[in-house]
Design a protein. Structure first.
Length: 199
C-alpha cells in the first residue's frame, strides 16, 4: 500500500507539516509505504490553459511536475496537507492541482481506462489549518481538493481541520491534534485492509 503525502505549505516545520508527518507515521505503522512530497522543493509552473494536453493527456510544460504525475498515479492513498490562504489551498498546492488538468484530459477526453470506472481505485484525505475561526474557512479548499481527487479516481475519504491555527507550532496548543492525525493515517490503511478482507 503506497501513501503519498503532499506537503502544500511553503513553511517547513509548520503546523500542516507536523500533522501530515504524524498521519504518514500512522499509515506506516499499519504497514504502508509512505512517500513525502514537499511542494516548495519543486518548480511547478501554473497551468497555461493552452489545451496542449487535450489530445495526448500529457502536459506540454516540461518542469518538475513531470516527476509528480507518476507518483500520483502510483499511490493508493493521497494525503494533501495545506494551510488556508485566502479561503483556499496554497499557491504551491493549487499549481499541482491545476496542472493535473493533463490527467483530467486523460480521464475525460481520451477516456484512458486506467482512470475510468475499471481503473485503480484510490483514497484521498485532506489536512488543513486555518488562522480564522469562520465556519466557511475550509469550504473553498474542500471543493477544490474533492475535484482533484476525482481526477485521480480517489474517494474523498475524510478530512482533519483545525481553526485558529496560524503561528508556527500553534497546532501543539491543540491537545491531541497530533494523535488525531496519527490515528487518521492508521485508519486509512486499516479500514482499507478490512474492506479487502470482507470481499
Amino acid at each position: 500500500m503506497k501513501v503519498l503525502g503532499i506537503f502544500g505549505s511553503p513553511r517547513r516545520g509548520g503546523n500542516t507539516e507536523l500533522l501530515l508527518e504524524e498521519a504518514l507515521k500512522g499509515a506506516e505503522k499499519e504497514g504502508a509505504k509512505g512517500e513525502r512530497l514537499y511542494l516548495s522543493d519543486f518548480t511547478i509552473t501554473p497551468c497555461k490553459e493552452c489545451h496542449g494536453c487535450d489530445n495526448t493527456g500529457n502536459c506540454i510544460i516540461l518542469d518538475d511536475m513531470e516527476k509528480i504525475y507518476s507518483k500520483l498515479l502510483e499511490a493508493d492513498i493521497v494525503i494533501l496537507a495545506s494551510p488556508i490562504f485566502f479561503y483556499g489551498v496554497t499557491a504551491w498546492a493549487k499549481a499541482l492541482i491545476d496542472r493535473s488538468q493533463a490527467l483530467w484530459a486523460r480521464k475525460y477526453l481520451i477516456k484512458d481506462p486506467s482512470l475510468g470506472k475499471e481503473g485503480k481505485k484510490r483514497k484521498g484525505f485532506l489536512i488543513s489549518v486555518g488562522a480564522t475561526k469562520g465556519q466557511k474557512v475550509f469550504e473553498g479548499a474542500i471543493l477544490t481538493v474533492k475535484y482533484f481527487f476525482d481526477v485521480l479516481n480517489a474517494e474523498y475519504a475524510g478530512e482533519l481541520f483545525f481553526r485558529g491555527v496560524e503561528a508556527k507550532g500553534d497546532i501543539l496548543k491543540h491537545p491531541g491534534a497530533l494523535q488525531q492525525a496519527f490515528e487518521a493515517g492508521r485508519r486509512l490503511i486499516y479500514e482499507d485492509r478490512i474492506k479487502v478482507r470482507s470481499h
